[in-house]
Design a protein around this ligand. Sequence first.
Ligand code: KG4
Ligand code: ZN
Length: 366
Amino acid sequence: MQDKPPIILGIESSCDETAASVLTHGEDGEPVVLSSIIASQDDEHRPFGGVVPEIAARAHVKKIDHVIDQAVRDSGLTYQDMDAIAATSGPGLIGGVISGLLSAKGLAMALGKPLIAINHLEGHALSPRLAAPCPFPYLLLLVSGGHTQLLAVRGLGQYERLGSTVDDAAGEAFDKTAKVMALGFPGGPAVEKLAAKGDPKAIKLPRPYAKTKHANFSFAGLKTAVARAFEASDKSDTAKADIAASFQRAVCDVLIDRTANAMKLFLEKTDETGPHRFVVAGGVAANKAIRQSLEDLCETHNFTLTAPPMKFCTDNAAMIALAGLEHYIQGNFADLDVAARPRWPLDSAAAAANPASGFGKRGPKS
Ligand code: KG4
Ligand code: ZN
């Protein structure tokens, strides 16, 4: 292996952020983020109250070259200084993934540097290590607009999916709740703000899978129940606040209930005495009520909570570059004809045995 730490250019484009980052590691082996650029597409998707795949793909194509260029310039290095190009190759919205992966292939070819194909979920799984040392193993709740999963992260390439949503992600439910009540996009912060003024007990909403022992989620029924509750209400500000508060409480209860189940599953397979590590990542981790509930849960179950700063919780390319660095060290490179994958479970054995999400002819989604 070379004696200087490798420098990795990471590219992320699987949903609605176009992102690039340059990363290396220090003498202690801990990652050092040299630059991280994220171009949000919120303005493009706002009129539709959700991410529109076609619009996302076009926006990635428009922004990606500039974002990569900015990341390289901000790092104070040049393209030739990069030792490898790492790009998200799935799972995600296929038009976006193709856009980032094609840029990575072009750069790898032009620079004569290796290409590394990264699973977006692996980026999230390793992301807490961008902010502070976070030794393996840990339990991860990934809760965003695209994913809701509980994973045991035991090492690079060692991911056990303990649970996943069978339909919508939690963030998607926040966005749809906001859309029904015309609160704006992205919906999470708007619902949280309104929920602070409402009564969380005012509206009876379902807690899908309550009292089960598994760690799977379902948010589609909750979303429908919110739409019905709003239709039946007088649509006043008070009614909206009560619905927002009741919905947020329901999401909190579901996340806590299933995380408690996952903690039990996680502890069944560890000899460590604790305290054990629990990490929450993804855009929904910004929600203060959810964070507080998770903190309380950790206290009662002898876990310590780590929540990386928001810039590393939400989609970013630093986490892709970090996964790239780990694979670079192990010599895991991709061929230049590697395909973009809309579906790519991190734990393919669990996804095949328990196809929680999007199982079809092409196999499990995530
Ligand atoms: O991780 P992220 O930026 O993108 C992906 O989906 O991958 O997460 C965005 C999601 C959106 O659904 C947004 O509504 C939600 O995170 N979100 C929140 C909050 N802030 C963002 N949900 C609840 N409360 C919040 N404060
Ligand atoms: Zn993501």
